[in-house]
Design a protein. Sequence first.
Length: 442
Amino acid sequence: MASAPSDRHVSGRVDSWGRLVAADPELEKLQREAGAALGQVLALPQIAAVAKLARELGTPVGRSALVASAEQDIELWVEARPEGDDILLSLENWNARPAAAARLGQLLGGGESSDSIARYEWSADEELKVIALSPELAELLGVESDAAAGTALTRLVRLDEDEHGEMPLISALAARRNFTGQRASSRGDDKVSLVLSGQVVTSAGGGFAGFRGSAQANGGDSPAIAPATGVSFDHAIDEILRSPLERIIGSAEEIVERVDGPLRSDYASYGGDIAAAARHLSSVIREMGDDSAGDNLPIDLAALAAEAVVMVEPKAEERTVSIDLGQSESLLARGQERAAIQILVNLIGNAVRYSPEGGTVRLQFSRTAGTASVAVRDDGPGIDAADQQRIFERFERADPSDNGTGLGLAISRRLARSMGGDISVDSKPGSGAIFVLTLPLG
């Protein structure tokens, strides 16, 4: 048995090359059962992913993991702590259970209809970053199992709304609960469709630590999943976004009020920042969820852009990025002031975020016979052509390492289109990006 007593820590050390250079007997046994020896690269991808993340962040990281031994699966809690060039590992709360059948390979074909759908396994942390993929699922998605560790699950699959306009996985992530029936398609091959289910995994302290789940997958002949509509997204807003935001606000206010006991003042201040940001996003969601979009009225894009710049300036000054507002004369369009300001704050804020320190964000205004436009240009790294439509999808970001929600551009484009306009992007890698808000001429 590879399990360990629950009242002790099993320790190990990973060097700068990713090699397991020291380990207690239980961990060394798992390493050997995975086909590697002490002194070789850590062959347990779930544990290696935690060590890699701790090295990248330079801070201690704790994650749940599911590790396969020769005879069983083991749920455990992994703590990884940087020490010099090495990463110290501490494994605790080992819980052995029978090996899942899917880990032994795909089900044989040719049987009953239930055998025509293969079963696969996956696990992800509380940020939906992959901890582990079964070899079968990794092969189906066209990725290497080891390389997938630490990658956002949504970079491997595209989540689809169900018939009620909901995303079960996202709802479950917000509510910290189990889920079933999350339809998805492979980003590597959109002919491959999946149905995901997952169970909540808890940390050693009892907190939410992600999901351990399975998937059912159909081959390339599976019927395509119909694309979701904007109306269905409206229907899902309350459960997916608004209610979780209210819980975030409540929890942040408890931090500020030190409900759970004494707390450092700077931490309490962080709680206030979190609450303020959540209230701002909640107000945007309420506006989006309102079925009555409101009338489009004459608005001055130049004046609204100036207001947006004032809101973004503190962040720009922090990064020593200057903003060139361009012309000061009016540019009349038809739309809604709040929506237009929200879009401009997002576009200018993104430009500031991706510009190099000391760079410049430039605004340019133009009109045609029927439209008025604001172009926001940055000196950032640019966006590959293959990603220029993806970044307008919900929960997507140009840079996967970015800590944003991946909602800003999706919300902005939706608001622009609701006013009879649109947002477009023109960019090449290494040449910055130009985002253009276009509205009907006022």
